[in-house]
Write a protein that binds this ligand. Structure first.
Ligand code: UFG
Length: 331
């Protein structure tokens, strides 16, 4: 029997990284998480060892790649707050871009030739056409989206010059939590819609702001494509297999192709919480595009992937169970 492949998961203590670590372990991979714990959580690392370290510490990266005989990297470690990136762009270029460069250098030095990269629909900016295909012009509207686009460009050149095999997975709105409650979403402060609504439902905050009611959408609130984090995790495992089987390097949208408005999410959250949620209607949040919905057909065809956990009810149910569990254990 050949020994299982070892995968380094950067950002393995974070939201999407930890869910993917679980899925990798389930698929038979050996998982090593690499995280500086600046935003991740030690409790989220359950499916293999945690190697503490920073992406910018290349000696440490090289040491970890060699010590664990790493075969491939799944690269999640990054800052991911759009608003923060507008206030502190340097933070995003240093951590997300320079950090990824350091990782790519360490991989090249160590002979690791496969990477699946955590990218984002934020690199499309305000798209001219929806649903969004991978080939529409890229026009990031904030340093966060720009930082991810810059890394995608580095991957293309590393592919051309170094024969690196890569996949960039452009997530739409990651949502929901592990159905078994082994890991979940925990940001501080929380800025995303679903966990913010559930915090308000649990009395952890006085009210959830609802940003904008005058968008050119049927009910005036923004439309997003919510994709369950377990479906994202599954797509990462498939993307890795695709590369192992000699598949072509490319960028793929990960979304459902269906859009839901903020008001629809509010209604679904109230249903799962079984109570009215206190909200505060506010003006538009700067930089929010009215409608972002994926055309995910390329991922379907390339990875044989289809979302199976991403109904709005399942997203809300798993997020609610996790929020209630966290709230009870922190009470
Ligand atoms: N919203 C509210 N109230 C809140 C939080 C959000 O009304 O308290 C609204 C937003 O205005 C937006 C929608 O809910 O219309 C979704 O907002 P999120 O903050 O949950 O998610 P975003 O769509 O802003 O962000 C997501 C990812 C980012 C990514 C971005 C691309 O989380 O990483 O999509 O646009 F960059």
């Amino acid at each position: 029997m050949p020994s299982p492949s070892t995968v380094l998961v950067t950002g393995g203590a974070g939201y999407i990284g930890s869910h993917t670590a679980k899925e990798l372990a389930r698929a038979g991979y050996r998982v090593v998480s690499y995280d500086n714990l600046s935003r991740g959580h030690r409790w989220a690392v359950k499916w293999g060892p945690l190697e503490e370290g920073d992406l910018l510490d290349q000696d440490r990266l090289r040491q970890v790649l060699a010590a664990h005989n790493v075969d491939a990297v799944l690269h999640f470690a990054a800052f991911a707050e759009v608003g923060e990136s507008m206030r502190e762009p340097e933070l995003y270029f240093r951590n997300n871009v320079a950090g990824s460069l350091s990782l790519l250098e360490a991989m090249h030095h160590s002979g690791v030739r496969r990477i699946v990269f955590s990218s984002t629909c934020a690199l499309y900016g305000v798209p001219e056409t929806v649903p969004i295909t991978e080939d529409v012009p890229k026009a990031p509207a904030n340093p966060y989206g720009e930082s991810k686009l810059m890394v995608e460009k580095m991957l293309q050149w590393e592919g051309a010059c170094r024969a690196l095999q890569w996949t960039a997975l452009r997530y739409f709105n990651a949502a929901g939590c592990d159905a078994e409650g082994d890991t979940g979403e925990s940001h501080s402060p929380e800025s995303h819609l679903i966990p913010s609504l559930l915090e308000a439902a649990l009395g952890k905050r006085p009210a959830c702001p609802i940003f904008g009611s005058d968008y050119p959408t049927p009910d005036g609130t923004c439309i997003r494509d919510y994709i369950h984090v377990t479906d994202l995790a599954d797509a990462h495992v498939r993307a890795l297999r695709h590369l192992e089987n000699g598949g072509a390097s490319m960028a793929l949208n990960l979304g459902t192709g269906d859009g839901y408005s903020v008001n629809q999410i509010l209604a679904a959250a109230e249903k799962v919480a079984g109570r009215p949620i206190p909200i505060e209607r506010q003006g538009r949040r700067p930089g929010d595009p009215p409608k972002l919905v994926a055309a995910p057909q390329r991922a379907f065809a390339t990875l044989g992937w289809k979302p199976s956990h991403s109904s709005i009810d399942n997203i809300l149910e798993t997020a609610w169970r996790w929020a209630a569990q966290r709230s009870a254990s922190n009470a």
